[in-house]
Design a protein. Sequence first.
Length: 624
Amino acid sequence: MILVLEKGIRAKQKDAILRVLKTEGVSALEFAEGGRTMLSLKVKAGQDTRAIEALPGIAKIMTLPTAMRLVAHADGREPTIVRVGDVEVGGENIVVIAGPCAIESREQALAIAAEVRKYGAVLFRGGAFKPRSSPYSFQGLGEEGLKILAEVRAKTGLPVVSEITSPSHARLMARYVDVLQVGARNMQNFELLKCVGRLRNPVLLKRGLSATIEEWLMSAEYVLSEGNSQVMLCERGIRTFEPYTRNTLDVSAIPVVKRLTHLPVIADPSHATGIREKVSPMARAAVAAGADGLMIEVHNEPDKARSDGAQSLLPEQFGSLMRDIYVIAPVIGKQLDFDYLEKRRTIARRAPRAKRRKPKAVYFGRIGTYSHKACVQFFGPKVAAQAAPSYQRIFEQVKSGEADFGVIPLESSLTGSVHQTYNLLLEYDLRIVGDITLRIIYDLIGHPGTTVSTVKRVYSHPEVFQQCREFIERQGWELVATQDAATAVKTVKARRGRTAAAVAPREAAAAYRMAVLERGIETNPRNYTRFGIIGAKPLTKGPRRKSTLIYATEDRPGALLETLQVFAAGGINLVKLESRPIDGKPWEYMFYVDLEADAESKAFRPVLEALRAKTDFLKILGCY
Ligand code: PEP
Ligand code: MN
C-alpha cells in the first residue's frame, strides 16, 4: 500500500502520520516521486487499515489488488532473478537482448548474432511467427525460423528469445527457443498466458499497446499462477496522442513496476520509438531509470529488412550504445559486462582443486563493503566470496591456490592509485585478470528512529570520513575510526540508542538490518573506485582490451618522453599514466601505465621491445 501525501505537507503532520503507523505496527519507507512525498507501507495480510486511510495529510492511497498476490512485492521477498542458461536477469548486471525483428534467413541471423555478441549482447532475439498489423505483410519463417534460432544458439552460445503467438505452437517453441516472448498484442490473450505459465521456459511479457500497469501485472499474475515464476516484464511503449514516435516509451513505468513487483523489467526502446535515431537516447534513459535490461532491434541491412528496418540499429550503432550503457550502469550501482557470457562459462569450467567446491574469490573487509560488492558484481553467484583480513592475505591466498581470485582496489577517482595494492602487485607474481569500477556512495546509518540531530558520535574508516568531510564538519560530531565501513555499522548495531551512527555503503545497512538516516553524504558525487581482479590465469580467451604496466626509466632528461614516443609511434592509446616515488631512491619515480592494447600479443611485440630498450625496469601486471 502506498500513501501519497498532500503537496507541501508540513513536517509536523507527516510526523503525526508516522506516529500512527508506528502504533499500528506498520513499517513505512519514505520516497519522493513527481515532487510528491510517498510512504510505502508494509501492511500485514488481513490488517484493518481504515485508521491509517482516514489520517489527515493523505492525498491518495494506492494499493495493488490482492488478486496480484504473486507478482506483488511481499514483505521481505527478494527480487526475482530470471535465469536463462548462464544469464541472470534482475541482478546487478544490465542484460541486453539484441537481434533483428524477424528471422529472415540463416545468413542474416548468423551475421547479426555474431555482431551483437561481439558488442556484449547476452541473448539473441528474432521473430519466427510475426503478428503483423496487415495480413499481407511478412508473417515470419515459422518453424524454419525456429531452426535457424537453434543454430544461432549452437554457433554463438547466445540463448534465444522468440515470440509465441498461439498455444498450438507451444511444443514447437519450447523445443527450439529459450525465452518465450508474449507480444504486446497478445498481452491479454489469457489462453496463451496460461499456456506459457505451464511451460518451463522463462517468459518475456510485453506491455499491451493500451494496457495500464495494473492490467499488465495482472497478465503476469496469470503466468505465475500457473506455476511459472520466471517472468520478465517488458515496457515497449504505449499508444498516446503523440504521432512523432511510433509509441510513447513509458519510462516512469520502470520505477513504478520495480516498486510494485519483484519481477525484472526490460525496456524495448525500438518498438517504443519506431525510429532508429531515437532508440539510443531512450535506451540510456531506461537504464538510468532502473531497467534490468534492454531489448534492441539490430539489423545489418536495415534498408532491406522485411520488418521494422526503420527502428533497427546498425551493428556499430549498437556497439556505441553498449559503450554508453557501460558508463551509465555504475552511476546507478550496476554493471554492463562486455565479456559476461565468456567469463561466466570460463569460471564454471575452471576445475577447482577440490571438485566439490565452487571457485573462491577473496576480498578485503566484510560483507557490506565496496570490496564485497565488487566481488559479487564481478563474479555473480557461481563464485564463493570470502573475506580476508588484509590485502597481503589476499595475495597469499591466491598465490598458494587456497583462493582462485582476489579483489583489490587499484585506484580512486578522487585520490588516485592505491599504492599498497600496487606494491603487492610488484612483490607477488600474480596477474590482473579483470577490473570493475564502482560508484562510491556513503550513507549515514543508524538504528531506526535515529536522526541527524540525535547523533553525537560517528564511526567509520578514516578515508570515508575524509570523503564525507563537508557533511560531517557541519555537524561537529565526535569521530571514531574503525577497520572498515561495514565494521562501523556492526559497532553501531551493537550499541543501542540514537546517539551513534555509521558512515558506510547502503549495502552495509541492508546486511546488518539497520536504517539509512541520510543518503549520499559524500562530498563529491563523482566518486568511483576501480577494483582489479587478480588470479593466476586469464579469465577469457577472447580479445584482451587493456593492459597494466609498471616501469622505471633512467634518471635523465627526456627519459619519460622517449617511452611515450614509443607508444605514440605504435598507435597505442594510454588511459592512465601516474608516477610515484621508488622506495629508497629519493626523487626517482616509477610509472603506472594502463593502455588500450594486449601487451602480450604478437602485434604488440615491437612496441614492447622498444619500450624495454628505453626502461630500466618493466613489469606487465596483466592484460584483460
Ligand atoms: C517484436 O518484439 O518484434 C514485437 C512484435 O513487439 P511488440 O509485441 O512489442 O509489438
Ligand atoms: Mn519488431
